[in-house]
Design a protein. Structure first.
Length: 402
């Protein structure tokens, strides 16, 4: 049974108090699932009926297996499972009725499900851990061999089977790769069966992991299991600038999180007039330059003078559009708006030294005040001025006291 490294110390649980056998399988596991049906059984539940389990392997690889009713296996147990050749070793990540729901969601065929042999013995675990320790070195060596052969590919991950009889190499490539000589080189170097699997750039990020621009772990390496297509229309609906450096994730593709709030923006923009709307005013034609979804405003500017922007509420804007459709030219936008005209100087807005100018002016004012105070002190301390001031004081005292 695994121990949760983040919630235990000295082999004593502190947080969940299940010592790694909680509903998630492990506090640090990727793509963990909480078993919210752990205490619920189907009406036809029978102890002699075969049970299905979800077993987690390296990174995001999971699979479903069937176990005999005589085996007592819980979440977090290390088990030896059936493989195409030999056996593999993994950790049980989910049991109970929720497994059937997951199988139905992923459209798993029951007749193709493999078996769980037994709980892993200490010998199985030692062999498994020894081969896991070799994976990083094998990946670097595999990259070197592919580079020497001049192949346009990248080995991004290596996974050994539990008994070491097979090694799977995951790679990314934009085109087809000739494996004839490569497989021979790998077989001689690693002395095991070689399995090459091509994956996409998003799957590579899910396996490697990392920190996103938001400061959190990548969604694809923690909880996201299905990769939906993301296009630039999602960014346009959310009024984001089409900047590839900001919109692209670590995989080089558009960020998956652009789809998370897309439905909310689409529903909100249904009440907005078209962003291609042009208003006919007495000062000329005005076009939409910005859309504020949260305040329900659209900002307009004149074609001749794009420095001044005028915010218009969408409900007022609809009335103005109706007037234009009737052939009525509306008043200038600055007269229609009760609020102050918002002027945006695009050149000054992008100037990085705009704050430094203010500080310089403030420093000049301070220096001028200091010089004035110094001059006044000098005048007061001047002996000539002191005599004049004393004579003036005597005259004033004589007038007051005749």
């Amino acid at each position: 049974m695994e121990t949760c490294g983040s919630c235990s110390s000295n082999n004593l649980p502190q947080g969940c108090k299940n010592n790694g056998a909680c509903g998630t399988g492990n506090c640090n596991s990727k793509l963990s699932v909480f078993d919210w049906l752990s205490n619920i059984h189907s009406p036809e539940f029978n102890n002699h009926q075969p049970q299905y389990l979800e077993v987690r392997f390296k990174n995001d690889r999971k699979d479903f297996y069937i176990k005999d009713s005589s085996l007592a296996i819980n979440i977090g147990d290390i088990v030896a499972v059936e493989a195409s050749s030999g056996h593999d070793v993994g950790v049980v990540s989910l049991t109970g009725e929720l497994v059937k729901i997951q199988m139905k969601k992923k459209k798993v065929k029951y007749e193709e499900i493999l078996k769980i042999y037994r709980k892993a013995t200490p010998k199985d675990v030692d062999i498994w851990q020894n081969f896991k320790a070799k994976e990083n070195r094998v990946m670097l060596e595999a990259r070197k061999i592919s580079k020497d052969l001049g192949l346009q590919m990248k080995i991004c991950d290596v996974e050994y089977q539990g008994d070491g009889s097979k090694v799977t190499l995951y790679y990314t490539s934009e085109g087809r790769v000739d494996f004839r000589q490569l497989i021979k080189e790998y077989a001689v170097a690693f002395r095991s069966k070689i399995d090459m699997r091509q994956i996409g750039y998003r799957q590579e990020s899910a396996k490697v992991g990392g920190i996103g621009s938001c400061g959190r772990e990548l969604c694809c390496s923690t909880w996201l299991t299905d990769f939906r297509s993301v296009n630039t229309a999602a960014a346009r609906y959310q009024q984001l600038s089409i900047n590839p450096q900001k919109l692209a994730g670590q995989c080089g593709k558009l960020k998956c999180c652009l789809n998370f709030e897309l439905d909310i923006y689409v529903d909100a923009l249904a009440d907005f007039p078209s962003s291609q709307t042009i208003l006919d005013t007495e000062k000329g034609k005005a076009f939409c330059i910005k859309v504020d979804v949260f305040r329900k405003q659209m900002w307009f500017t004149y074609t001749d003078n794009s420095i001044s922007w005028y915010p218009i509420n969408i409900y007022d804007l609809k009335k103005l559009i109706e007037l234009n459709k009737k052939g009525i030219i509306i008043k200038p936008l600055d007269e229609l708006l009760e609020k102050e005209i918002v002027k945006v100087d695009l050149i000054e807005e992008n100037n990085l030294n705009r704050f430094e100018k203010r500080t310089k002016s403030n420093n000049k004012k301070r220096s001028n005040n200091k010089t004035k105070s110094k001059k006044s002190e000098k005048l007061l301390n001047n002996p000539v001025n002191e005599k004049k001031n004393s004579g003036q004081r005597k005259k004033n005292s004589r007038k007051n006291n005749p």
